[in-house]
Write a protein that binds this ligand. Structure first.
Ligand SMILES: NC(=O)c1ccc[n+]([C@@H]2O[C@H](COP(=O)([O-])OP(=O)(O)OC[C@H]3O[C@@H](n4cnc5c(N)ncnc54)[C@H](O)[C@@H]3O)[C@@H](O)[C@H]2O)c1
Length: 299
């Protein structure tokens, strides 16, 4: 939990767009020093210019969060410029869909690299810095927020690769919360689980390091079209989600949801698990969508 953000330092990955950029904007309004991290140089430059103009002290670094050495250099640069960060937002992520067996090794390496190893590096590098700062000063407070997804609590079909990566982030974050509580009362953790919110996530391919060797498969194209539609029609904004992130950090709240009304599906999944029943029909509320997807995939 962080009660006052003024003069504190935030590290934000994926800061060039979407939730990362909106959180950086709130951080600037709250008087924070900002470490902006993104792999897309033009988006990073634009964010850095905007936030500097808003009065924030900014360190901007083009980093691929999946790259251990680049993340190690980032941590060293943050330590040197601002010292231990108070808020770490391990948020950079990419989306990919399609039937599980159609994801290539390169697809898995990319999505797991960014979505899972990006968070792993943020946690393994910044937590020790934060613990050292906390040990020196009993007033010091810090918080780590990892971005998962509702896909980390559900298992919607035709997006297995993303589901797997986000379930990993939920498990990592819950364990981080537990592990931190073993050793300190000064540093907390949260997990952000958004549902569909309009951002750049449906254009994740723009930052893929290798262009896919083969054309997208039919299921991948169908998955992309369904996600495009769901994300673009989302009513909650990225700015509203960012506000929820800051509220949660201020309140020491672990789970951060953009659409709490969607949690019925999580409850249903958990109830099926404890009753030992097979996973529920993911299209119970919208059978027409399930019917169309089956027809498209079998047609
Ligand atoms: N928008 C949604 O509907 C939604 C729902 C659930 C979860 N999420 C998650 O929210 C997080 C933020 O995504 P967003 O929706 O703001 O999308 P976005 O595409 O607008 O922002 C993601 C940012 O991450 C950056 N990025 C991509 N790969 C990177 C890498 N290897 N290293 C560093 N930066 C990288 C991109 O350049 C981009 O600026 C992601 O983890 C995403 O999975 C989004």
């Amino acid at each position: 939990m962080i009660e006052s953000f003024e003069g504190k330092t935030a590290v934000l990955t994926g800061a060039g767009s979407g939730f990362g950029l909106e959180c950086a904007r709130i951080g600037a309004q709250r008087g924070m020093n900002l470490v902006l991290v993104d792999v897309q140089q033009d988006a990073l430059d634009a964010a850095a210019a905007e936030l500097q103009a808003a009065g924030a002290a900014v360190l901007a670094r083009r980093v691929d969060v999946a790259d251990a050495a680049q993340m190690e250099q980032l941590a060293a640069d943050v330590q040197q410029r601002f010292g231990a960060p108070h808020l770490v937002f391990n948020n950079a992520g990419v989306g990919a869909g399609g039937l599980l067996w159609e994801s290539s090794v390169k697809d898995w390496d990319w999505v797991m690299g960014v979505n899972v190893m990006g968070v792993v590096h943020g946690v393994r590098l910044f937590t020790p810095m934060m613990l050292a700062a906390a040990a020196k000063d009993p007033q010091w407070r810090g918080h780590i927020v990892n971005t998962a997804s509702m896909a980390g609590l559900l298992t919607a079909p035709n997006m297995g690769i993303y589901n797997v990566s986000k379930h990993a982030v939920v498990a990592l974050s819950e364990t981080l919360h537990q592990d931190l509580a073993l050793v300190t009362d000064q540093i907390g953790a949260s997990v952000l689980c958004p549902y569909f919110v309009p951002t750049g996530i449906t254009r994740s391919e723009r930052n893929r390091p290798d262009t896919p060797a083969v054309q997208l498969t039919k299921s991948q194209m169908i998955g992309q079209a369904m996600t495009d539609k769901a994300v673009s029609s989302g009513k909650v904004t990225a700015a509203e989600v960012a506000q929820r992130v800051f509220d949660a950090v201020g309140a020491g709240q672990f789970y951060i949801f953009s659409h709490p009304q969607a949690l019925g599906n999580v409850q249903s999944r958990m109830e099926h698990i404890v009753r030992g029943e097979n996973p529920p029909d993911p299209f119970l509320a919208r059978p027409d969508i399930g019917q169309r997807l089956r027809e498209q995939l079998r047609g």
